[in-house]
Design a protein around this ligand. Sequence first.
Ligand SMILES: Cc1cc2nc3c(=O)[nH]c(=O)nc-3n(C[C@H](O)[C@H](O)[C@H](O)COP(=O)(O)O)c2cc1C
Length: 177
Amino acid sequence: MDAYLAVVSKREVREYEPRPVPEDILRRILEAARATGSSKNSQPWRFIVLRDPARRRALGAFMRSSHNLDRCTAAIAIVLLNDVQRFDAGRVAQNLMVAAWALGIGSCPNSVHPDHVDEARALLAVPAGASIATVISLGYPARGQPRPRTKADPEKVRKRIDRLPLEQLASDERFSG
Ligand SMILES: Cc1cc2nc3c(=O)[nH]c(=O)nc-3n(C[C@H](O)[C@H](O)[C@H](O)COP(=O)(O)O)c2cc1C
């Protein structure tokens, strides 16, 4: 899929087909995440691949909502190794999701519930000083969910998206709210 189309057409997917994500696709998704740039090339992340449904369900209990982790067929927790490089964590998460989309796989970021941070870290054996930046649920989109289309017209896709108008978001030379 064209990179511009992948970026503008990527929507979150919250219901998934039971068909598993093939291992070679999972690997390509992880390789795309690995390629992400970071401050001073510090790569302050690690990726935990969650293939075991029981473990995903257990983790779901510590998330803001368990729905996506209960229904997906794989998930990847992005662990941030320090408390400061949150921008880098966002970059790697979005790269991973857009790459997955381009490979036909739907995804959604999921936040750990603030009251259950320690339990989630303990479940995944995340070391002291590191945190779970997000958990990305993955899978083939179920019927009725957004799905990646290689042939879509990016201009038409762009017009349909539920986002603030560009005039409100971008300004010349100085801030304009
Ligand atoms: C930091 C962050 C946390 C999010 N957490 C969740 C979540 O816990 N559960 C969920 O279903 N979606 C979550 N989302 C997805 C947002 O709801 C979604 O990106 C937004 O509504 C746009 O969706 P769309 O691209 O399908 O229009 C999260 C997104 C971000 C950026």
